[in-house]
Each structure stands twice: as C-alpha cells, then as structure tokens.
Design a protein around this ligand. Structure first.
Ligand code: GLN
Length: 246
C-alpha cells in the first residue's frame, strides 16, 4: 500500500514554501512505517485517480487568475473527493478558491468551488505577519500570513481555529475582536497559515494521514523512531513561533 499525496498547482500556487507541506506529510508517514507516492497536478494534466491526500498552496492574485479556469474543470472530481472524506489541506490562495468566491482588491471576481462556505474580499491593506491561533480540534497552531483577502464564514461553516491569539486570520473582525482562522469542511482544511504550516503543526499532518488510512479501513499505527530528530526541531520551532512579534 502506498499513500498517494497529490500537490495541486505546484507551478502557480506555491508561495512561502507551501510545497514543503507535501514533504512534511511524506516524512511523517515514513515514521508510521508507510510508503508514499507524491503526485503533482498542474494545468492541463490528467487528474490522478483517487489521491489519498490533496495539498494546495497559496499564490498571488495573478496566480489565482491563471489557475481558476482549470480549477473549475477539475471541480467535480475535487468536490466528489471532498464528499468522500478525502483529507485535503488548502493554504491561502487555494483556500480562498475552495470557497464561494474571491473578489480581488482590483474588483476581479474569481468564482470558487464552494467546498468551503466562505466569501473573500480583497482589500488594499495586506494582512502580514506571524499568527498564533487556538483550535479546539488541533490545539495551538502557528504560522505566517500574507494576504489581502478578508474571508467571512457563512451559515454553519466551521473555523479551523476559533480564536486568534496573535495576528488576524480570516478577517480583521469587529475592531480586531472575535478573530478566527481557516475553515474545516468534512476532512478538508483551509488555512491562511504559510511557513510551511505542517512541519510546525504535526497535529494537522497526523489528521491528514490518519483520515487517509481510515478511508482505507486502516488505523494509524504507533509512531516509530525519529531518525532525523525532528521532534526537538518541531518543539523548538513552535516555542519560538509562539513568542514571535507580529
Ligand atoms: N492573493 C491572495 C491574497 O492576497 C492570496 C495570497 C496568498 O496566497 N498568500 O489574499
């Protein structure tokens, strides 16, 4: 059994090291004794059959405009996979495009896939800096945001992190109050956190791997040895990230 990890739009949607999320899943899966296969999807490629985990990154507004038509071509596949509980992680630019729409600060409207019930409006002022947030599902999350888009959760959409301790997250709220971050729908996670986000937040990496295994009626095995001594790096990186200034 090989766990297949699909990266969406590595050419156009891969900012601030977002591709590192794929490597983080691969390395973590190795510690569970699992074999992985990395697949990459770019515009015009054949969409791989039933990927086990799907990862997408952020990009500039221009990158988002470039991929939007192609994204709609593969939309039925992505939606069906989301409904089948395929674990996905979409960061920033693709998080926005997995929502209902992203209106750029120039007024261009990019209709999204509607997997997340969110709406995003680009503003002049960019939201830039370190983020620390608290998620009931994943504990403390750390990362870095840089976006013009302000995202609003609609209806019963669930945030990834209910509280932002440092930074902004989805939108600047009510005068900086009631800030939340990201969105979760079934096993799809959307977030503004770059960094890459997974190496510093293994709780999310474990969720992606565990869910992919459960979809194959398998359980997450006990974690194995740590040959590259990553645990200490993770711990230190999180400690430093939690104490960074905005
Ligand atoms: N272009 C989008 C915005 O500015 C997404 C940015 C990103 O992916 N970092 O909001």
């Amino acid at each position: 059994m090989k766990l297949s990890i699909l990266q969406l739009y590595s050419h156009d949607m891969n900012i601030y090291g977002d591709c590192g999320n794929v490597l983080a899943v691969q390395r973590r899966a190795e510690r569970y004794g699992l074999d992985t296969e990395i697949k990459v999807y770019n515009q015009g490629d054949a969409f791989p059959e039933d990927p086990d985990i799907i990862i997408g990154g952020g990009g500039q507004d221009s990158g988002q405009s470039k991929v939007i038509d192609d994204l709609h071509k593969i939309s039925p596949k992505l939606k069906a996979l989301a409904e089948k509980n395929t674990p996905m992680l979409m960061v920033c630019g693709l998080y926005q495009l997995f929502g209902n729409f992203f209106k750029t600060h120039n007024g261009e409207i990019l209709k999204g896939l509607g997997i997340f019930d969110i709406e995003t409006n680009g503003r002049e002022k960019r939201l830039i800096g370190n983020v620390v947030s608290q998620s009931s599902q994943f504990g403390t999350l750390v990362g870095y945001e840089n976006h013009s888009g302000q995202t609003f959760l609609k209806n019963s959409a669930k945030p990834l992190a209910e509280t932002v301790i440092l930074g902004i997250g989805n939108n600047s709220g009510n005068n900086g109050k009631n800030l939340n971050e990201g969105c979760v729908y079934k096993s799809c996670i959307g977030t503004y956190l770059h960094g890459s986000v997974l190496p510093k937040n293994p709780a999310i990496t474990d969720f992606l791997i565990k869910t992919a295994l459960e979809n194959k009626s398998m359980q997450l095995p006990e974690i194995g040895p740590d040959p590259y001594k990553t645990d200490i790096f993770i711990e230190n990186a999180r400690k430093v990230a939690k104490n960074l200034k905005r």
